[in-house]
Design a protein around this ligand. Structure first.
Ligand SMILES: NC(=O)C1=CN([C@@H]2O[C@H](COP(=O)(O)OP(=O)(O)OC[C@H]3O[C@@H](n4cnc5c(N)ncnc54)[C@H](OP(=O)(O)O)[C@@H]3O)[C@@H](O)[C@H]2O)C=CC1
Ligand SMILES: O=C(O)[C@@H]1CCC=N1
Length: 260
């Protein structure tokens, strides 16, 4: 497969398809991928026929419908299929595509829109190194990318896939606290977002444990410990951890109900 300059087609140009490939049009795609990828827009079958690599970005519930459309099976022969669908396993996809189709499962997240994404890739052993390298390159263009065993993908979905939504609830709540104490809304949001971003960068850049950073903020008899104890009273740790657990559990069910 000519992975040096593959033709990539995206099936499902919703929030994530567009986040991965472009903001809204093939013109913008060139800004994201340079001249290395050509994007075809149009009917699924025509696009898959022309493509070397198919990025599947529909909802999980319509995957079977899309992959078993007339002609798609033959069009997928010898191609690389990268699925970002939550809860849909490589084995499930294998049942609908030719044996010669290589499948990579990816779980990106919405900050891919601004190249600050987190993507986890899982590859079965029959995927060639250059195919793995291509998938890595695509998602590394859009943020941090790593490989993990497929058994972790539902948990990844509940953590980094859904995580931006959870982070936004935390961010909004922190800003609300500032507003409650008289800060203008816009300033409160900026302060909350930068505090979260800066702290997350500290963890990623220094490798420091979050507890060590928390302790360094917490002056004895100061104000931070007062806020921390209030958070602990509200069971914020188990609430957030359970949110990830619940999202991961639901993710594992999403590939199960397939639209005919
Ligand atoms: N949103 C997120 O943060 C993340 C989502 N994902 C996964 O990405 C996938 C897409 O999610 P998201 O982008 O949020 O969902 P969207 O609903 O925004 O996008 C799905 C897209 O698929 C299109 N579509 C529906 N049927 C077909 C079809 N038969 N052929 C081609 N395209 C079709 C829809 O078009 P129309 O609207 O016209 O029906 C829509 O544009 C999901 O599987 C999800 O699990 C993974 C990581 C993060
Ligand atoms: O909510 C969802 O199902 C998708 C998967 C991860 C983020 N959004």
């Amino acid at each position: 497969m000519p992975l040096q300059k593959p033709i990539v087609c995206v099936l499902g140009c919703g929030t994530m398809g567009v986040a991965i490939i472009s903001e809204e049009s093939a013109k913008k795609v060139k800004g994201v991928f340079g001249d290395k990828v050509t994007v075809l827009c149009g009917a699924n079958l025509a696009a898959v026929r022309e493509a070397d690599v198919v990025l599947l970005c529909t909802k999980p519930q319509v995957a079977k419908h899309v992959l078993t459309e007339d002609g798609i099976y033959d069009a997928l022969q010898n191609k690389l299929l990268i699925s970002i669908l939550a809860g849909l396993t490589i084995d499930q996809i294998k049942a609908w595509v030719p044996a010669s189709t290589k499948i990579i499962r990816a779980m990106p997240n919405t900050p891919c829109m601004i190249r600050q994404g987190m993507t986890v890739l899982s590859c079965p052993s029959n995927v060639e190194e250059d195919e793995k390298a291509f998938a890595y390159w695509v998602f590394a263009t859009l943020g941090r990318t790593k490989f993990l065993d497929e058994k972790h993908l539902d948990t990844v979905t509940g953590l980094s896939g859904s995580g931006p939504a959870f982070a936004c609830v935390v961010l909004e709540a922190l800003a609300d606290g500032g507003v409650m104490m008289g800060l203008p809304r816009q300033a409160a949001l900026e302060l909350a977002a930068q505090a979260l971003k800066g702290t997350a960068e500290m963890v990623l850049m220094t490798g420091l444990h979050p507890a060590a950073i928390k302790d360094s903020v917490t002056t004895p008899a100061g104000c931070t410990i007062a806020g921390l104890l209030t958070m602990e009273d509200g069971k914020i740790r188990s609430t957030l951890a359970r949110a990830v657990e619940e999202a991961a559990k639901v993710a594992s069910t999403l590939g199960k109900s397939q639209k005919k």
